[in-house]
Design a protein around this ligand. Structure first.
Ligand SMILES: [Fe+2]
Length: 286
């Protein structure tokens, strides 16, 4: 588990901190809609987000793998005349380079784990090594999962927001889209404000609620947990320019939602009788 913490300085109650959540980029897959990924990176850059990537940065289904399909390999990986792993790392590096100073961490998914297991190479660490040579860049290795402790500081007041993330696991869940995964995690997760998974290539947000009894003040509160699933950048039916249909076409799946989200956090003041409480307010921009 790899945990991170970030502190944002807010100038006023109207000021906001923004997190850019991405997953499932799948560099090296011929279904990757590069323009869509570029659009997401650009909007996160313009919103001055701290960006995190939750695994499957690489596709890397390689020759020798029973899932390998030459048609599924990005043509640029072959045209470069180098080995596909090197070419995919180069593609990821060049795409992420202009935004590297905004990236907090990059995690792994089942695709990187598969390459690590069968080819004994950690492609994420190589990408990080290269990106971290750039000026003002210090990207952490995120592994499979961990907590992100986000602190919002305004003058002398600090309120925090904690998100747990995992790349995600299991099958495609074409009907439930992965809602069951959130419900499973909510059973064993403790005091959190957010959950984030990728993997299933669906994109949605759901608000779960947890009821808490405060032993010290003998009061009950209902707290929200913002459950976020980020999508991939793969074109399901190849209807996006320059992209081939993905594996999901053969599975008769509905076209899947694309891309990441921006989480906007703010200080939220509440006046109850004579007591003023401060919480973190959260808004998700799809
Ligand atoms: Fe994926």
């Amino acid at each position: 588990m790899y945990n991170f913490s970030s502190t944002f300085e807010l100038a006023s109650i109207n000021d906001k901190a923004r997190l850019g959540l991405l997953s499932d980029l799948h560099f090296g897959n011929s279904s990757l809609v590069k323009a869509e990924l570029q659009r997401d990176l650009e909007r996160m850059d313009q919103a001055e987000c701290e960006i995190a990537i939750n695994g499957d940065v690489f596709d890397l289904v390689l020759p020798g793998d029973k899932r390998f399909d030459l048609a599924g390999l990005d043509r640029t990986l072959i045209q470069k005349g180098v080995k596909p792993i090197d070419a995919a790392i180069e593609l990821a590096y060049e795409t992420l380079k202009p935004y590297a100073h905004r990236i907090k961490f990059i995690g792994i998914g089942n695709h990187e784990s598969h390459v690590n297991k069968h080819h004994h190479i950690d492609v994420t660490k190589i990408l990080l090594y290269r990106l971290n040579q750039l000026p003002n860049v210090e990207i952490g290795y995120g592994g499979w999962c961990g907590y992100w402790h986000v602190r919002l500081k305004r003058h002398n007041t600090i309120v925090s927001w904690v998100q747990y993330r995992h790349h995600g696991a299991g099958g495609a869940a074409p009907v439930t889209k992965g809602m069951i995964d959130f419900n499973r995690m909510l059973v064993w997760q403790g005091d959190i404000d957010g959950l984030w998974i990728g993997h299933k290539h669906n994109k949605f947000v759901d608000l779960a609620t947890k009821m808490n009894y405060n032993r010290q003040h003998r009061k009950v509160s209902t707290d929200q947990v913002t459950c976020i699933m980020t999508g991939s950048y793969l074109s399901t039916y190849g209807t996006d320019e320059g992209a081939d249909p993905s594996y999901a076409m053969g599975w008769n799946l509905s076209p899947q939602q694309m891309g990441g989200v921006i989480v906007e956090l703010r200080h939220d003041a509440e006046q109850q009788k004579y007591q003023r409480t401060l919480k973190v307010g959260c808004r998700v921009i799809l």
